[in-house]
Design a protein around this ligand. Structure first.
Ligand code: G
Ligand code: G
Ligand code: MN
Ligand code: NA
Length: 257
């Protein structure tokens, strides 16, 4: 596969870019966070999406270099937004996606601590999004890593909740703060009469486990209103904003109330 060799150059040679998608407080419409989403700006193929190259990076061991770049870049960017008076009046955190392989690396916790220190950013402003499959493998090293990250003061969130092996047991057991519900649950809202009650029950379950809930894939005003009506206060989706390049989000932050 030609992409394998090229990806190595891409990581080293600044062909990766981060896009940022806001997470919105549904009641006030304020920005409570941004999720960093990586893209590969390939010199001849154009913009390549992460679904195409993250798996390659994971299989070839390049994910630690890629993940390290994402971590440092995202943390530095948040510090720039916070320290610029035009954008710094918003109080929001940075969310990055972490892959299962990262949790298997002993140095991961140290990398995170170093990135935060070097950017001068408070640990409470970083949220790591972990997929269900990553945390559910649940070996000793994962648990050690998650607990160490938690002691650092970082928040952790389970991503894509409701697609994999969602279990009440791990919701209660893992040292995470919140759950991001997969967009497939919301997309069935208009077509399945059982879905409103189901979504409300999912929200209650998450709350009963002592966790926060973020809703993903909000594409319409009706979906946003529905979520608000069942008491969900945090969401993300094209209805509010697509993932945006840095410059465009900066403009939004300058003008957003
Ligand atoms: O960005 P997009 O909208 O296409 O995201 C597709 C998938 O790629 C998401 O599931 C997301 O979790 C994953 N992804 C995006 N950016 C990163 C990243 O920086 N690291 C990892 N490990 N996964 C990412
Ligand atoms: O799986 P994860 O949550 O990390 O990935 C975020 C992915 O979801 C990105 O690919 C992003 O582009 C996509 N996304 C974000 N908001 C929406 C939305 O409202 N609708 C759809 N279909 N995809 C979305
Ligand atoms: Mn995510
Ligand atoms: Na998701």
């Amino acid at each position: 596969n030609q992409l394998v060799g090229e990806l190595k150059e891409a990581i080293a040679g600044s062909q990766l870019v981060l896009y940022y998608q806001p997470i919105i407080r549904l009641d006030t419409r304020g920005i409570e966070g941004v999720e960093a989403l990586v893209r590969w700006n390939h010199p001849t193929r154009g913009m390549i999406m992460p679904d195409e190259f993250i798996p390659i990076a994971e299989e070839t061991g390049m994910i630690s270099d890629l993940g390290g770049w994402v971590l440092r870049t995202a943390v530095e960017q948040l510090q720039r937004w916070r320290s610029d008076p035009l954008t710094g009046r918003h109080d929001f955190n940075m969310r990055i996606n972490v892959s299962a392989a990262d949790l298997q690396r002993l140095e991961f916790v140290e990398d995170v601590r170093e990135a935060l220190t070097s950017a001068g950013l408070d640990p409470s402003l970083l949220v790591l999004e972990l997929t269900e499959s990553a945390v559910i493998q649940g070996n000793d090293l994962d648990r050690y890593t998650l607990n160490s990250l938690r002691r650092l003061g970082i928040e952790m969130e389970i991503d894509d909740f409701g697609t994999g092996y969602s279990s009440i047991d791990y919701l209660r057991r893992l040292p995470v703060h919140a759950v991001k519900v997969d967009r497939t649950l919301l997309s069935a809202l208009g077509s399945d009469p059982a879905q409103p009650a189901l979504l409300a029950a999912v929200l209650q379950l998450i709350r009963a486990c002592g966790l926060g809930a973020v809703w993903e894939g909000i594409e319409t005003a009706e979906q946003a209103d529905f979520l608000l009506s069942i008491g969900c206060t945090s969401g993300q989706g094209y209805y509010f904003s697509r993932p945006l390049p840095e410059a465009q989000l900066t403009e939004q932050l300058k003008h957003h109330k």
